[in-house]
Each structure stands twice: as structure tokens, then as C-alpha cells.
Write a protein that binds this ligand. Structure first.
Ligand code: G6P
Length: 586
């Protein structure tokens, strides 16, 4: 959600912090701020907007000093205002903090501090950390003790960085990501390696329940009991440095365009884990599959794939729903968790609940350094490279490709998914920009879009609706074809557009019948199919592929349609309003 960053070294901190924040903007982006230490003073600048906007207004990158911290905010507690933007300073102005996560007992702590005379400038939960630190520091005059005393009072989940007036940086991690970058003569603290990858590829992944202190004596890591701990420096994959738009106008377009390659590479480096997953599923009594958003839609595709081809039942669970029905997880079952980021709080909570019932957790993840990886017995890497656009695109088709491989193993090779053919089909679809752009221009004025698909195409209709919502802000809804007559038909009139997912598979004729029923009510029809029909007002042609592979390719034209429609509506496709790539709050 929010991103935090810290710098300690010999270079000017401010431009490094601003650059790091810019690269992590995908995590949250309604306001931005940095603080540096210069001449024994803490200087803070912050404001509402994206990193470049706030920087242009307030010249954050011009703040002097070799130590600093910064933040991009995605509002949870308190509106989007300058005062609520981080960093937050303590009352004395001698400590500044940035925080990612939620302090659940902040009201209680705030009331307690207010009683002691502390005042608060913001509506955030985070500001209590600054004043609590100050109170504890004033009591002990010792930074390490003040961090420990503060941590012992915080409930919830957090990663925070604090800067003290003497220039010491402190950072703590509890169920939110925090990574230390180790440069030649400097240190970085960041929510994501993207925050420092341009400066160093040596990283220390802080364990949950650890804190770091950085001062002239160097870096020291402690557990929350205050014991010094040893650390390992990991080389961060250089692939993270690929997270550039290159010649593309947006990350989203770049990532959509990478799919002919990424479907071929899916799971490539973790073939053994795929084989073992197949084996575990074969011997399991009950298998659940979970995810949020796009990853949940992939889980729904898996349900159809496994029952249709492998004759195995797996039960999809929306991650955020499991806390409301934890007893539904049978003892000693298997939970397959799907997550691009591996940091979605809802998914991590679902995993925790399943583990309470002794479930074995297998995961399909893109970010192999994420919390979900640490929680899993077995991990299959999506291997699709960094995905920066908030709306998931290439990670979805990579998830599907891996699920096809698993289904194929489970049915002893009955599927033989021809990924080369799928990759070529996606390339062909991607060469059709001009037609899709034209349709996007028409959709710009529309207020409701329905997407209809039957059988295994229904989860794709849900994913298509999600893409349209996220990128265009148009109300969009996926409908299982047969359900049309049980309600949605009442909504069909000449103001409505309906996208029909109608590949030449076993659902073709029934779906064409639905299209006729819609047409009779005057709605406009966009047909996504390898077969032409006069019923479509617009036909987006997809190549013919093996019946099982249509779901993998038919989402691509809708990703493009949503992208171009966002441009028509002047919406930023990479950073849709109110959304964040990594939703680390529940
Ligand atoms: C957020 C994003 C969605 C994404 C979902 C799950 O809500 O906006 O695009 O599908 O998180 O993310 P994950 O990283 O767990 O796959």
C-alpha cells in the first residue's frame, strides 16, 4: 500500500529518496513526503499528489542532508490532506517517522499521549509512533530502548522508519515488508527492492519481528527482545532493474505486450515444484485454492480446469471471505494460494487460517522474496518479471499457464497445452490495436458494460469486468451466460454494451443464443470469438486454438480494450484512482 524509504550515507539523501519513491509509486500514491537531517535539524516537506507533482511544487529533492526518509501514502486513516501525508514529526520535532501498515490501538495510545500533553497534527494512526518514540526516548535517552519500548505498545502490523535528530535511522518490521539495501558506503531501507535497485543489488530481507539501527558504527539488527542477530546479504535479481517503461507509454501497455513471452516462461524455473504440487494434489483429500482480485479469478479458472480435465474437485475461496468461515477448512488439507505480489494481507490471513487447520500451503507467486513465499511449503514462481501497472495483466496469464501445467500433470498429459500456439495467438491479438482503439472510443461514453461467458469462460468474464472497472471506472459485471434470463436481461437496452466471450468451444451455440436475446433488447454487442457472426456490432477476432486454451488468450483483447478506454477517459492506466498494487491491509 504505502511505501517507505530511508537513506543513510555520504550522498545527498533527498534525490535518492525521491527517485526510490517514484519507483515504488505503484504501492500507493495519494500523497508524498520526505524528511532529511541537516545541521542537527529535521526538515520535512510533504504534500498531496503524485511524486513528480509534489516534487515540482515543493522541491523535495532539494532538501539538504545525507540522512533521510520518505513515504508515498495510500490513505487508510484520515483523508488525503497535506497534514495526513508522512513523514510525521514528534512534538519536539526531534524525531520523524514514516509508516506502512495499521496501528490498531492508535486511539488508545493517542488518548494516553494526549493526557500527557502531546498534541497531534494529523488524523493518521501513524503519528502516534512519532510521539510514543519521543516519550520513550525522553525517558531513557537511548535509541535502542526507545524503539523496543515503542514496539512493545504497538498492536497491528507495521513497517516504520524513524530518524532521530542525531541522524540515527531506526526501522522495525512486523507483518509489513522492509528490506535493507547495503551499498558500498551507504544503507537503504525500503518496502521494495525497487526503492534502491539502481544503487545496490545487495539486500537484507528483515525477518518479521526484527528492527534495525543505522548510525556511524554501521548497521545492527535486533529481534524485538533486543538481542543482536546475524544477517545474510542476498543478491537481488537484476531483473528488477527491468522495471522501466522503455518505449511504451505506460507500464500497463508494456506488460500486456509482454504476454507472448511470459506465457512461455511461466513456472520455468520451478518445474520441480510443479511436479511436487501435482503429486500433493493427487494424494490430498481436500484441495482449496485462494486469492484476491485477479488472482482469485485465476483460482476460478483452476476449478473448471481441474474438474473438466483432471476430474479433481478443488474449492475456490475468496481470501478475504475465509476469516468469516474459518471452519470450512478441513484438517490436513491443501491450500493453493495465488498472489502476484505475495503480500496481499487477505491472502496471508487465509494462509494463516488454513495453517491453523494443519493445511499444507502451496503457492503460485511472482515475487519470490515475498511474505507468502516464507509461509509456503512449496512455491511455484510465475516468472513474468516485475509487474508495475496496478491492474494485473501478464501475471494473470502466467498464473493460468501454471494452472494448465498442473491440470495437465493431474490428467496424465490429457491437455498437452500448446503454449507456443497460445503465444502466437496472443501476438496476433496484440497486432489488432487499431480496431480495439476504435471500440474504446465508443465505450468512453457508456455507463454499464456486461461481459458474458459460459463454463470456463465465465471466470474470464469476471476478470474482464475487473479490468474494465479498475482501468476505466465504468461499471462492469461478468455474467455466467445462462444467468442472463435470471435477472440481467432486465437491464438490457440500447444504452448498454455487452461483451460476449464466444470462442468456438462447447459453449459456443448456447452463448450465441444469449447474444440473440441481448440483441433483441437493443443492447450493443462486442463479440470476442474466432467465428464471425452478424449479430456482433463489433467483432474482435481471436485465433483458433485448442478448446482448452481459449481462456488464456481471450482475456488479452479486453486488457487492451480497458487500457485504450482508460486513455480515452484521461484516466491513468498504470495508477487507477483509489487502488494499490499491493494491498497489505485487510
Ligand atoms: C489488488 C490489485 C489487483 C490484484 C489484487 C491481488 O487489489 O489492485 O489488481 O489482483 O490486489 O493481488 P495479488 O498480488 O495478491 O495477486
Amino acid at each position: 500500500m504505502c511505501s517507505i524509504i530511508g537513506y543513510y550515507g555520504n550522498s545527498n539523501a533527498a534525490p535518492i529518496l525521491v527517485k526510490g519513491l517514484r519507483r515504488m509509486e505503484y504501492r500507493g500514491y495519494d500523497s508524498v513526503g520526505i524528511a532529511t537531517k541537516s545541521n542537527n535539524q529535521i526538515l520535512v516537506k510533504k504534500g498531496v499528489g503524485k511524486v513528480d507533482e509534489v516534487n515540482n511544487m515543493f522541491h523535495l529533492d532539494k532538501l539538504p542532508g545525507n540522512v533521510g526518509l520518505g513515504h508515498t501514502r495510500w490513505a487508510t486513516h484520515g483523508k488525503v490532506t497535506d497534514a495526513n501525508a508522512h513523514p510525521h514529526s514528534s512534538n519536539s520535532g526531534k524525531i520523524a517517522i514514516v509508516h506502512n501498515g495499521i496501528i490498531e490501538n492508535f486511539s488508545e495510545l493517542k488518548a494516553e499521549l494526549q493526557k500527557e500533553g502531546y498534541t497531534f497534527q494529523s488524523e493518521t494512526d501513524s503519528e502516534v509512533i512519532a510521539n510514543l518514540l519521543q516519550k520513550n526516548f525522553d525517558d531513557t535517552s537511548d535509541i535502542k530502548s526507545s524503539i523496543r519500548a515503542t514496539i512493545s505498545r504497538l498492536n497491528g502490523h507495521y513497517a516504520f522508519v524513524a530518524m532521530f535528530e542525531n541522524g540515527t535511522l531506526a526501522a522495525a518490521r512486523y507483518h509489513e515488508p522492509l528490506i535493507v539495501g547495503v551499498g558500498e558506503d551507504d544503507y537503504f531501507l525500503s518496502s521494495d527492492v525497487l526503492g534502491f535497485i539502481e544503487r545496490t543489488d545487495d539486500a537484507i530481507y528483515l525477518d518479521n519481528g526484527n528492527f534495525a539501527l543505522i548510525d556511524p558504527s554501521g548497521l545492527k539488527l535486533y529481534n524485538f527482545e533486543g538481542e543482536l542477530i546475524k544477517y545474510n546479504i542476498t543478491k537481488v535479481s537484476k531483473e528488477f532493474a527491468d522495471a522501466y517503461k522503455g518505449d511504451y507509454a505506460h507500464y500497463t501497455l508494456k506488460e500486456i505486450s509482454e504476454q507472448p513471452d511470459t506465457v512461455l516462461k511461466a513456472g520455468e524455473n520451478t518445474q520441480d515444484a510443479i511436479t511436487q504440487t501435482i503429486d500433493f494434489i493427487k494424494h490430498a483429500k481436500t484441495v482449496y485454492i485462494t486469492g484476491s482480485g485477479t488472482s482469485y479469478n485465476a483460482a476460478l479458472v483452476a476449478k473448471y480446469l481441474m474438474s473438466k480435465y483432471a476430474k479433481i474437485k478443488i474449492e475456490p475461496i475468496i481470501s478475504s471471505e475465509l476469516p468469516h468461515d474459518p471452519e470450512s477448512i478441513e484438517q490436513n488439507s491443501i491450500l493453493i494460494a495465488i498472489s502476484q505480489s505475495g503480500e496481499s494481507a487477505d491472502v496471508l490471513e487465509a494462509v494463516r487460517i488454513a495453517k491453523n487447520s494443519n493445511a499444507k500451503v502451496l503457492s503460485i507467486v511472482n515475487l519470490l522474496t515475498s511474505s507468502l513465499v516464507q509461509e509456503s511449503s512449496l512455491v511455484i514462481g510465475m516468472n513474468c518479471g516485475p509487474e508495475i501497472g496496478v491492474a494485473a495483466t501478464k501475471s494473470f496469464t502466467s498464473q493460468l499457464a501454471i494452472l494448465y501445467k498442473i491440470a495437465d500433470g493431474l490428467c496424465n498429459g490429457c491437455l498437452k497445452p500448446d503454449f507456443d500456439k497460445a503465444s502466437k495467438a496472443i501476438s496476433k491479438i496484440l497486432s489488432n490495436h487499431s480496431k480495439i482503439k476504435k471500440i474504446a472510443r465508443e465505450l468512453k461514453e457508456v455507463s454499464d458494460i456486461y461481459i458474458l461467458g459460459r463454463g470456463i469462460n465465465y471466470p474470464i468474464a469476471s476478470e474482464a469486468a475487473l479490468k474494465l472497472k479498475e482501468l476505466t471506472y465504468i461499471h462492469a459485471e461478468g455474467i455466467p451466460g445462462g444467468e442472463l434470463k435470471h435477472g440481467p436481461l432486465a437491464l438490457m437496452d440500447s444504452n448498454v454494451y455487452v461483451v460476449i466471450l464466444n470462442p468456438d468451444d462447447s459453449t459456443y451455440n448456447d452463448t450465441l443464443t444469449s447474444a440473440n436475446e441481448i440483441k433483441a433488447r437493443g443492447a450493443k454487442i462486442i463479440g470476442i470469438s474466432d467465428k464471425k457472426s452478424d449479430i456482433y456490432d463489433h467483432w474482435i477476432e481471436i485465433p483458433k486454438v485448442d478448446e482448452s486454451l481459449y481462456p488464456l488468450i481471450e482475456i488479452v483483447p479486453i486488457q487492451l480494450l480497458a487500457y485504450y478506454c482508460a486513455l480515452e477517459k484521461d484516466a491513468d492506466p498504470d495508477y487507477p484512482r483509489n487502488l494499490a498494487k499491493s494491498v497489505t491491509v485487510r
